[in-house]
Design a protein around this ligand. Structure first.
Ligand code: FMN
Length: 393
């Protein structure tokens, strides 16, 4: 396992810097970029900068508790790892390393539907901390089999991502000719020579890895490229509320919809027995003009009612960001890129460092604000940043 000098990673941005150094440009851009020219990615960050947190002093905060509870289950903090595809390409066994880092920190890890590790491998790496995010297949029997396998693997939470009705246009990926079936073109070879640590590991593990959960639906002995082509051909399926009803019937555990932005959708999910939503614009990767979760959270919180868990992601990069999202109405938040930069740069230690930083910072923010626990975060603690954000709101 790679080691990491904690002094070289004071904040999450340091992990981004280290990942940029290790990964070929094509892969770093795929992770870092967003739809169009990244306007949605920038908007997600700017949304946090629009708020300040106002402290109350002269309160005893010597005992603080960062933990939170979801559906009766305690986690060490209200932060989990969002589903990110292809992590096993950025770092060999990347998904299992993320799952173990999550287990070590006692937070949930959502395995992506586009993962290199299979459902079974990730669940085995961290049995009680792995959730599964479903990308449904064009063939319904395949989607239902994936759901069945997640249940068999004792996974407790199924996350249905709904915000990809069509493929995104990401300018960095277009310029780099990025393809899920990464091809060793002369340009990538040159890029690889400039990033030998990644390239040597890639070659040592046999080159292009396969989409682990999908291999069994192709012909026996299919190459990674064939499995990749099958996965792409099965992707971007039309989904409707009828599918949500079907998954609700098929899935015995907690069901979460990811990608919700409209309060009416949250209301509809609640009526269908969905247990939670993740308010998300997919990290600014689907359409560059979608609102940040932070902007729409209060409306969704109001629409979701008291029974549904409301979670959010997009642009969370510090403990104060976690606190701001909770003040805006989230019960829980997820981080996508930071732990992935961590695992790409330094394996499990890098992902663990991302979570450790967030927990330490979140604990510090609670103390500074005069709060003993995360439940005390509320809208009244927020004030507009005004001139600090570059102008009045
Ligand atoms: C490289 C990359 C791949 C992603 N793949 C998936 C995916 O497979 N499934 C999914 O639901 N979301 C995916 N997402 C979106 C994340 O789950 C999450 O919504 C987003 O990254 C949160 O924003 P943040 O990166 O600013 O924290 C991906 C995000 C990135 C950066």
């Amino acid at each position: 396992m790679s080691s990491l000098d904690p002094a070289s990673v004071a904040g999450l941005d340091d992990l981004r810097r280290l990942a940029r150094r290790r990964l070929p440009r094509l892969l770093f851009d795929y992770i870092d970029g967003g739809a169009g020219d990244d306007a949605g990615v920038r908007h997600n960050r700017a949304a946090f900068a629009a708020y300040r947190l106002r402290p109350r002093y002269l309160v005893d905060v010597s005992q603080r508790d960062t933990s939170t509870t979801l559906w009766g289950r305690r986690y060490s903090m209200p932060v989990g790892i969002a589903p990110v595809g292809l992590v096993g390409l950025f770092r060999a066994n990347g998904e299992s390393l993320l799952a173990r880092a999550a287990q070590q920190a006692d937070v949930p890890y959502v395995l992506s539907g586009a993962s290199i590790a299979s459902i079974e491998e990730a669940a085995q790496a961290a049995p009680r901390h792995t959730w599964y995010q479903l990308y449904p297949a064009r063939e319904p029997r395949v989607s239902l089999d994936l759901v069945h396998r997640a249940a068999q693997a004792q996974i407790e939470v199924l996350v249905l991502t709904v915000d990809l009705p069509v493929p995104a246009r990401r300018h960095r990926d277009i310029r780099n000719r990025f393809d899920y079936n990464v091809r060793l073109t002369p340009a990538l070879l040159l890029d690889g020579l400039r990033h030998p640590a990644w390239t040597l590991e890639y070659l040592r593990h046999g080159g292009l890895p396969s989409f682990g959960s999908w291999a069994r639906y192709t012909r026996p002995g299919a190459s990674a490229r064939e499995v990749g082509e099958y996965f792409v051909a099965q992707s971007y399926v039309t989904q409707t509320w009828r599918d949500v009803e079907a998954y609700r019937r098929a899935w015995p555990g907690r069901l979460v919809i990811k990608g919700i932005q409209h309060p009416d959708d949250a209301r509809r999910a609640a009526t269908l027995g969905v247990d939670g939503v993740i308010v998300s614009n997919h990290g600014g990767r689907q359409l560059d003009c979608l609102p940040s979760a932070l902007v729409v959270l209060p409306e969704i919180r109001a629409a979701a009612g008291t029974d549904m868990v409301v979670m959010a992601d997009g642009g969370v990069r510090s403990g104060s960001d976690v606190a701001i999202a909770l003040c805006r109405g989230a019960d829980f938040v997820f981080v996508g890129r930071p732990p992935v930069y961590g695992v790409a740069a330094a394996g499990q230690a890098g992902a663990a460092r991302a979570l450790e930083i967030l927990r330490e910072e979140f604990d510090l923010v609670l103390g500074q604000l005069g709060l003993a626990n995360a439940r005390e975060l509320e809208p009244a603690l927020l004030v507009p940043a005004g001139h600090a954000a570059g102008g009045p709101l």
